[in-house]
Write a protein that binds this ligand. Sequence first.
Ligand code: SAM
Length: 235
Amino acid sequence: MSIASIRLYTPVPVLAEGTELPLPEAQAHYLANVLRAAPGETCRVFNGLQGEWRAEITQISKKRVTLTARVQTRPQHPAPDAWACFALLKRAKTDLVVEKATELGASVIQPVLTARTGADHVNLERLRAIAIEAAEQCERLDVPEIRPPVPVMELLRGWPARPLFVADERRTAPLLGAAAGPCALMVGPEGGFTDAELEAIAARPQVMRVSLGSRILRAETATIAGLALLIAAQP
Ligand code: SAM
């Protein structure tokens, strides 16, 4: 199988013509032993800063692969400045939210802890690997930042000057619309925010309650649908 369509994220700080990229073990194994790539073959790489580049295999063995960047194929394009804040869910649903929020263009993925959150810790490295794989597959030029879970009110105490749309399924609220600039979405847990939480959240500056429609969505669906409403129109 040709590797020409393969995209690999590389955390290298500068990606330019001639940059040598010794691949980490997993990526080296994938190219060398799974795809059985050969010297001279090329794939695409991106680092979230200097766009996407076509890179050539200049050294390959069963355990080590080095690529060399040859030509830029796409200039860097900023992702929407949109934060996806969601009450931490059980592992598989959190994984789904991270994958879909990456595909939808979120710049920051922020799990929050609420009174009814179904989990209280995550493996950030695993979530980061999911986000990298999703970014590679959906042609993104960067990878969202995955932040450690934080209690919702602690997050709001230091909230920046950024519009925050809190999804509230119980009150009449305006339907969430597309945001033109920096923004954030917050979605509650499977059992919903408590009344006290919603009152405290809605009382904060920058916060607006929004509806995601007349149907009650699962928390993971609400996060994915909400992000699509909020940023799908952004370039
Ligand atoms: N409170 C209900 C319950 O106890 O099952 C539903 C909670 S819902 C499953 C989880 C979260 O998704 C809610 O906290 C809310 O943030 C969001 N959500 C679901 N449907 C929504 C809608 N139609 N409008 C706004 N937010 C919604």
